[in-house]
Write a protein that binds this ligand. Structure first.
Ligand SMILES: [Zn+2]
Length: 705
């Protein structure tokens, strides 16, 4: 370990000089030499749901030695902020350097548009070997962050939505051991502190009073393994003559009950918006930075490390007015949209598009987060909102009730101009935006509903519809125009077969937000379920016209086409879905459709992709055997049929096909294979065996064998 560190330091011999140059004002990219061989190995670790005060020197009640060690030898940013309190938009900012209105992702389960360049794409262009290992479904490849990564490992197991840090670290270490001999860019994402909090032992016992901190402690231990292995590999690697650089960052924190928020995503207070952030490695001057910074500057920082053009790095680029947003309450519940701005010790939170009189009225809260980190004392009535904060809030594009944006309408010129005035590039197309209710409440007035909304959503996601219904009925009683509650009640009743009640909730939602793509999508799912595919089809088609990459709509329309006997159309839709996310279940359905259509090469390709994704869990060797036999690829047919498990319900068919292959290959045991097929025959294979000409004894064949 210490030998490896020493070697790493030797490898980075030139860096103290470069650091000195950086200190006297040279552009940081001058640090990175020209040849790829001299570029540093770069490790980015993102820590999901990790509060700034739950890890490292600030943490109480938990030991995090791996993070502490990096913070001690690196630069810790004590007041770093995320751009949005949700996993996907926050990571999209880290990997593009853009704010949510610019990269277009405001909440989970949306897809990053094709426009913004991702860090991994840029580093790949600079000669880096790139790999990502993510641990939570919000970062599944279908959501668009995989671009530029040669390896993007989001395998959570069948039906899984998260992967523990030890499993993710194992996979990352296996990649490191066999990584190409080029400068490395490795991104590892840990998801453990996200609820549910269930750390493994001994962390569970050690943190019985706070299993959240137990998850952080477990994650930290895995972080230690990862960093040690990365530095060892980079030191041993001729391709990393530029040393090692490491960045650690939280994507957002966790409310833990503060301001009425248990989890994250609804509000903009410090517990969820302030995150841990450390840069370490060769050439990084140790210390603690107190000025507020945004995690989105990681993009430029890592790009500059790699020798690219990153003007606003965290190590240079000066002070900023940090901005962020929380849009889920608006997008899901129809409440006011929220933005925040932080500069120096002051932080302003704006709720709603109308900031009130002179930008400092009732719509804005103001806190001194240094003197009052708990944000208990709103100063907005007592001191004027400073100009930089007012300008940043005014420029942040929040939807207004008077001007609802259509679902697929790009950001308007005014919003673009506002962003440009803040120094941001032209914005990408935003995600779908619902109508802002004229009576929309501020999210902080609605904290009494957070528990029910979170609990109801949990029940809903787990398919516990009977239990979810009374929870959302309670929400609706308190907030009659809540679109998320109406939508989930409609879907729950539809799934339970209560068609009339489902229709009435869909109708109520249509009154509030007639153009909602979610309404059209879920109503189409309902109609499909209710046996009315003809009515579902145009709704799915209109959703796909707006958002061609919406996987569940592709899947739904494919089911409609299957039920209408339009198998080629169904297969084309599933092929589009498989390009976005090579989900094994989709690939298997695609393979079966191509097989039914007689397209053997396409069917083989789909089943083989599913097999590559699933490994030992793959269950369709019989289909592969039949297809290879049809393609007269007899060795491959034999191998596939030999993999069919005897417990397979169609095992008699496997025996029959295997006997055919044995005869065609002239295998010595072919007669035994035919006998086995006869002995194991069922009603389907018995007549096939009797009429199979290959199985009739031919004396010439026998004598030649
Ligand atoms: Zn997250």
């Amino acid at each position: 370990m210490s030998g490896a560190r020493a070697a790493a330091r030797l490898a980075g011999l030139a860096l103290p000089l470069a650091a000195a140059l950086a200190g006297c004002g040279a552009p940081e990219r001058a640090q990175a030499p020209d040849g790829p061989a001299d570029r540093p190995a770069i490790l980015l670790v993102t820590l999901d749901t990790t509060r700034a005060d739950a890890i490292g020197p600030e943490a109480e009640g938990v030991d995090t030695p791996a993070f502490d060690a990096l913070a001690a030898r690196g630069r810790r940013f004590a007041r770093a902020y995320t751009t949005a309190p949700e996993t996907l938009p926050a990571h999209a900012s880290i990997l593009t350097g853009l704010l949510p209105p610019e990269h277009g992702v405001h909440e989970n389960a949306r897809r990053l548009p094709a426009g913004p360049a991702l860090l991994a794409e840029r580093l790949a262009e600079l000669g880096y070997a790139t790999a990502a290992f993510v641990s939570g479904f919000p970062l599944d490849r279908q959501f668009g962050l995989a671009r530029g990564f040669a390896v993007y490992d989001d395998e959570m197991g069948p039906g899984g939505t998260e992967r523990r840090a030890d499993a993710t670290t194992d996979r990352a270490l296996a990649w490191l051991a066999a990584a190409p001999d080029r400068p490395l860019f490795l991104w590892v994402h840990y998801y453990d502190p996200h609820e549910p909090y269930d750390p493994p032992e001994p962390y569970a016992a050690r943190h019985a009073a706070s299993p959240y901190l137990g998850e952080v402690a477990f994650m930290d231990a895995q972080l230690g393994r990862l960093v040690a292995a990365f530095e060892e590999r980079a030191a041993a690697d001729g391709g990393s003559g530029g040393g090692v650089r490491i960045a650690l960052a939280g994507d957002h924190g966790e409310g833990l009950g503060e301001h009425g928020e248990a989890f994250h995503g609804n509000l903009l207070y410090q517990g969820v918006m302030r995150v841990p952030l450390v840069l370490a490695g060769d050439g990084v001057e140790p210390g603690v930075a107190e000025a507020p910074v945004s995690v989105r500057r990681l993009h430029d920082t890592l790009l500059a490390w790699a020798g690219g053009d990153g003007p606003r790095t965290l190590l240079r680029g000066g002070a900023e007015t940090v901005v962020g947003e929380a849009m889920r309450p608006y997008l899901q519940y129809g409440w006011q949209p929220q933005a925040m701005a932080v500069r120096g010790r002051l932080k302003a939170i704006r709720s709603g598009a109308d900031a009130g009189e002179a930008g400092g009225g009732r719509g804005v809260e103001l806190y001194d987060v240094v003197a009052d980190p708990g944000e208990t004392e709103d100063l907005s009535g007592r001191i004027d909102l400073p100009d930089p904060l007012r300008r940043a809030l005014d420029a942040y594009p929040l939807p207004a009730p008077a001007a609802p944006l259509a679902a697929d309408e790009p950001l308007d010129d005014e919003a673009r101009r506002k962003l440009a005035s803040l120094g941001y590039a032209a914005a990408a197309a935003p995600a779908a935006r619902p109508v802002l209710r004229p009576d929309a409440p501020s999210p902080r007035e609605m904290t009494h509903l957070f528990d029910d909304l979170d609990r109801g959503s949990g029940l809903f996601v787990r398919g516990e519809y009977v239990a979810a219904i009374p929870v959302f009925e309670r929400v609706l009683a308190a907030d009659p125009g809540n679109p998320a509650a109406l939508l989930r009640l409609a879907v729950a009743h539809s799934t339970l077969g209560h068609d009339a009640r489902a229709e009435s909730y869909f109708a109520r939602l249509a009154e509030i937000d007639p153009d909602s793509p979610d309404l059209r999508h879920y109503r189409a799912m309902h109609l499909l379920r209710a046996g009315r595919p003809g009515e579902a089809a145009p709704l799915f088609e209109s959703v796909l016209a707006e958002t061609p990459a919406r996987l569940p709509a592709l899947d739904g329309l494919a089911r409609v086409r299957e039920s209408q006997g339009r198998l080629a159309d169904a297969a084309d839709l599933l092929a589009r879905a498989a390009v976005l996310d090579d989900d094994p279940a989709t690939l298997v359905r695609l393979g079966a459709l191509r097989m039914a259509l007689g397209d053997t090469p396409a069917a083989l390709a789909a089943f083989e992709r599913a097999r590559a994704r699933q490994g030992p869990a793959f269950r369709h060797h019989l289909e592969l055997g039949v297809l290879y036999l049809a393609a007269r690829r007899l060795d491959a047919a034999r191998d596939a049929l030999d993999r069919v498990d005897p417990s397979h319900p169609a095992y008699p068919m496997a025996l029959f096909k295997r006997a055919q292959v044995a005869v065609l290959l002239g295998e010595p045991d072919r007669e035994m294979r035919i006998e086995a097929a006869r002995d194991g025959a069922d009603a389907v294979t018995r007549p096939l065996i009797e009429s199979e000409r290959l199985f009739r004894k031919r004396p010439t064949e026998k004598s030649s064998g």
